[in-house]
Design a protein around this ligand. Structure first.
Ligand SMILES: NC(=O)c1ccc[n+]([C@@H]2O[C@H](COP(=O)([O-])OP(=O)(O)OC[C@H]3O[C@@H](n4cnc5c(N)ncnc54)[C@H](O)[C@@H]3O)[C@@H](O)[C@H]2O)c1
Length: 277
């Protein structure tokens, strides 16, 4: 991608949730949206003020930061009121929020702490419902807007270490479909982008992440998709070029989801299974 972009989001404005630091997928998305001429507010949970480096991104892209806990209705209602005052109405929302509390604390799936499980579902999935709801209730969302949420193939298939996050992503993708149906009348679309394992703060919080990353790398014909290529794909979904696409889980994974096994993995396993002299 050239530095100047194609002006695909010229005249559009929105909110990008979930940029924490330079490795965040939402960070790359914000840079790509900026490159394409889009304007946006950045949002993250108030705790990210001390955990992350969002100020630098805000400065670089000339964007305001609106702190909001995505599990808090009051915070979100206030956020969209402010958004309305600044932009009138917005054309896109990016949801790039996730956290697995049991995963982080190494609680196995068979022995989930249910308070943490509730929080995981609230932060990683129900927050999408809350965000869309408050955007609608405040009248901040324009007809023809596009909403994108980040997901992972653990929603459909079992990746043993992904544990409760598989449930959260399944719920997230279901909310995408349920809202997609209801928003269609206004030409508003909503899709999930199911992304390759990516080295970020959330990613590296998963036990066995390096092995999952390497497995996907060896299975995917194009290799793992990085955050920058994901951001370019998200730009296309926020643009008018994809105006008839809605309610989908779109795999941005270098071909991983269509594979069974690759020569590289067959050879690696054959070597591992050959008795040593
Ligand atoms: N990293 C991967 O391998 C990978 C793969 C596929 C999908 N995803 C998804 O991409 C999205 C972004 O994750 P990432 O990998 O860029 O990691 P990240 O840690 O950079 O981003 C996760 C974000 O969620 C925010 N967040 C957590 N709790 C919140 C709350 N209560 N309110 C508001 N924000 C909150 C964090 O502050 C952080 O900015 C997530 O949905 C994640 O599940 C990641």
């Amino acid at each position: 991608m050239g530095k100047s972009g194609y002006g695909l989001l010229e005249g559009k404005s929105g909110v990008i949730f979930g940029a924490l630091n330079e490795s965040s997928i939402a960070w790359a998305i914000a840079e790509a949206v900026h490159r394409e001429g889009g304007r946006f507010a950045l949002s993250n949970a108030p705790v990210a003020r001390r955990l992350g480096t969002l100020d630098a991104l805000a400065e670089r892209t000339g964007s305001p930061i609106l702190w909001a806990d995505a599990t808090d209705d009051e915070d979100l209602a206030k956020l969209f009121e402010e958004v309305k005052q600044t932009y009138g109405s917005i054309d896109f929302i990016v949801h790039s929020i996730g956290m697995g509390l049991n995963v982080r604390k190494n609680k196995p799936y068979e022995a989930l702490n249910y308070n943490w499980y509730h929080k995981t579902l609230d932060i990683s999935a129900i927050s999408l419902h809350r965000i869309v709801r408050h955007a609608l209730e405040t009248g901040a969302l324009a007809d023809g807007a596009s909403i994108v949420a980040l997901s992972y193939i653990g929603a459909q298939r079992i990746f043993s270490k992904y544990s409760e996050m598989g449930d959260a992503k399944a719920l997230l993708e279901s909310i995408v479909r349920a809202f997609g149906y209801r928003l269609g009348k206004r030409g508003i679309r909503i899709n999930a982008v199911s992304q390759s394992p990516t080295r970020t703060t959330a990613g590296s919080g998963i036990d066995g992440f390096d092995a999952m990353y390497e497995f996907a790398q060896r299975l995917s014909p194009l290799g793992n998709a990085d955050a920058e290529s994901c951001a370019d794909y998200v730009v296309s979904l926020l643009s008018d070029l994809t105006r008839m696409v809605t309610m989908q889980t779109l795999f941005h994974d270098g071909g991983f989801s269509a594979m069974g096994i690759s020569d590289e993995l067959v050879e690696d396993l054959s070597a591992a299974l050959t008795p040593k002299e």
